[in-house]
Design a binder for this molecule. Structure first.
Ligand code: ATP
Ligand code: MG
Length: 262
């Protein structure tokens, strides 16, 4: 089924709900991501951010609701991680996305090997492409890192860069980053932020999740605030022209909640 008004969106969720037994993790989720939009998804621990990511990436099936990717309705009966990749949705996890002891070039092709006409892995071609991605998409230069370097030689920020570069190379339309900067030094965080700027410049979309409001503010075009499974705020940079405005908004919101409870 084609959802034509929504074809302008990379993704649109309609009334998505997710229950774990009796626990409601997401409710009334109506949200869209533009084709070249970076969304900052903000919310306290347990707000439902990662649950949303897992629904979008085909790990969890929602209890109810609809999902449209580039205007096409997703059939949740068959939607899984592989389908999500086919639809151009990629996610980058902090640790799990890269094999530690493998050479970098191998990492780019996990699950997507290039084979020659004899059915063997085309190592030369894979290395060429990996090098292309490293130099042009990720911008790794010098520093002694080559396609043959082992992943465990890379810094945390560089690993994120490789994972993002891989997603961009395979033409992901939407890259989801769930806490990509946890446990990174400031310098490494800056690298990740630059990669996200690269996603924007590359014309793609991104959902960026972080507890660090300063980082979210810098990379995002729009902010969606989740609280206990519901969207409670949807702000553009015009609504909150500085990071302090966003901070103040979040503070006021949480104070409002406290007043309600008291
Ligand atoms: N597999 C699961 N089984 C049961 N409950 C779950 C499961 N995954 C998440 N939950 C519950 O759903 C709610 C949302 O969790 P989620 O991990 O999405 O939060 P989050 O916003 O990502 O939090 P954090 O910022 O801590 O990562 C929580 O109450 C959590 O306990
Ligand atoms: Mg989470």
């Amino acid at each position: 089924m084609v959802d034509s008004p929504a074809a302008q969106y990379a993704l649109r969720m309609v009334n998505i709900e997710k229950y774990f037994g009796l626990v409601c993790a997401l409710r009334n989720i109506n949200m869209e991501v533009g084709k070249n939009e970076i969304i900052g998804l903000i919310g306290d621990n347990g707000a439902g951010k990662s649950t949303m990511v897992k629904i979008l990436t085909g790990v969890f099936r929602p209890t109810s609701g609809e999902l449209y990717i580039a205007g096409r309705r997703v059939d949740f009966r068959t939607y899984d991680v592989q389908h999500a990749h086919k639809y151009g949705i990629e996610t980058v996890y902090q640790d799990k996305s890269l094999g530690e002891k493998q050479a970098l070039w191998r990492n780019f092709f996990i699950g997507r090997q290039i084979t020659n006409r004899f059915g063997f892995i085309d190592v030369r071609r894979e290395k060429e492409i990996a090098n292309e991605i490293m130099v042009n998409t990720i911008g790794f230069r010098g520093r002694g890192i080559t396609v043959d370097s082992k992943v465990n030689k890379l810094s945390g920020g560089e690993r994120q860069g490789v994972a993002i570069g891989r997603a961009m190379h395979f033409e992901a339309e939407l890259i989801i980053l769930d806490e990509p900067t946890v446990a990174l030094s400031l310098k490494e965080v800056n690298k990740v932020i630059n990669f996200v700027h690269g996603i924007k410049a590359g014309g793609k979309a991104c959902i960026y999740i972080s507890h660090s409001i300063g980082d979210v503010y810098e990379v995002s075009d729009r902010f969606v605030v989740l609280d206990r499974g519901e969207i409670v705020g949807n702000l553009t940079k015009k609504d909150v022209p500085t990071v302090k405005d966003l901070d103040d908004y979040l503070l006021e919101y949480s104070h409002g909640l406290k007043d309600k409870v008291d």
